[in-house]
Design a protein around this ligand. Structure first.
Ligand code: GRG
Length: 306
């Protein structure tokens, strides 16, 4: 926490219009990113999940961070598409019977329910590999050393030091609703936080951000990532399946360790708010207008309904 009040978005900044505009651009780029060729089944399966909607928060964070640091949409878009491919592959694998065993995702049947488990596993693998190919092949007008940094960062995010590690601890914690706050934080910083941070850092790196700015943006994303997960746990209790696009109340049903379980609903809401305030405080040094999207996205993370 900082003693001075954290910056807030300009009163005339319209986040919904900003998100809608960026979502359209991302959807169009994703649509073009993955043509169907032989063997069609695998491309159709990859496209089924990649183009199934979703908030597209990760690509938007990547673009917003690149633009904050003076970069352009064009510099960021291939990486923005790639982070959505990476996120999507993690969702496909997370939903598998061997993992969370979910039937619905983004309001649609999960990948393995439509294509079978074998193809769903391969669709995840295909997206994982293609994301890196896509960044390297499609990024234009960015010095190669920045692209290398982005690829190395995102590879680390996806591996045992990131999502895979978080998922392992999550699996090991199954049926143990009384795990420590430390373990719960480990699971979520690794399953969710590191990719959100990777998106922000990648966007800023493409634009040539300094180490100081990258550190500030890292802390912004880490605080926001944890708040995002607390909000997710709260939504699992308070939202409907229709609003979530996936099964609601699953955490309680599965006796999963969650923040509301440890803190209760009210304290969880307060903790999430504090984390968002700390995230926004990291943006104090940036020009107001340039920081508006990231400031407003931070608020959105805990005010969202799905
Ligand atoms: C990384 C190789 C590799 C395998 C995957 C299964 C797994 C390892 C990791 C699990 C990662 C996971 C599913 C984390 C949950 C992330 C999360 C909070 C998803 C929901 O994100 P939203 O709300 O969803 O942004 P939309 O649909 O809007 O994109």
């Amino acid at each position: 926490m900082t003693s001075s009040p954290e910056p807030t978005p300009s009163p005339n900044f319209d986040l919904n219009a900003y998100l809608a505009k960026k979502q359209l651009l991302v959807e169009a780029a994703l649509e073009k990113s993955l043509p169907v060729v032989y063997p069609e089944t695998i491309y159709e399966s990859m496209r089924y999940s990649l183009l199934a909607g979703g908030k597209r928060l990760r690509p938007i964070l990547c673009i917003a961070s690149c633009e904050l640091m003076g970069g352009t949409l064009e510099m960021a878009m291939p990486t923005a598409c790639a982070v959505e491919m990476l996120h999507t592959m993690s969702l496909i694998h997370d939903d598998l019977p061997a993992m969370d065993n979910d039937d619905y995702r983004r309001g649609k049947l999960t990948n393995h329910k439509v294509f079978g488990e074998d193809i769903a596993i391969l669709a995840g693998d295909g997206l994982l590999a293609y994301a890196f190919e896509f960044i390297i092949e499609q990024t234009k007008n960015v010095p190669p050393e920045r692209i290398l940094k982005v690829v190395a960062r995102l590879a680390r995010v996806m591996g045992a030091a990131g999502l895979v590690g978080g998922q392992v601890v999550d699996l090991e914690s199954e049926g143990k609703p009384d795990i420590s706050l430390e373990t719960l934080n480990f699971i979520h910083t690794h399953k969710t936080g590191v990719l959100l941070e990777g998106c922000v850092i990648s966007g800023a790196t493409l634009a040539g951000a300094s180490d100081d700015d990258l550190n500030r943006l890292s802390r912004y994303a880490q605080n926001m990532g944890l708040a995002f997960q607390i909000a997710d746990d709260i939504l699992d209790i308070t939202a409907t399946k229709e609003a979530l696009g996936k099964t609601a109340g699953k955490d309680v049903q599965a006796q999963k360790a969650t923040y509301p379980r440890i803190w209760g609903l009210k304290e969880s809401q307060q903790q999430a708010r504090q984390l968002i305030d700390s995230a926004k405080a990291e943006l104090a040094g940036f020009p107001q207008q340039a920081a508006d999207p990231l400031l407003a996205i931070a608020d959105y993370m805990i005010n969202r309904t799905h």
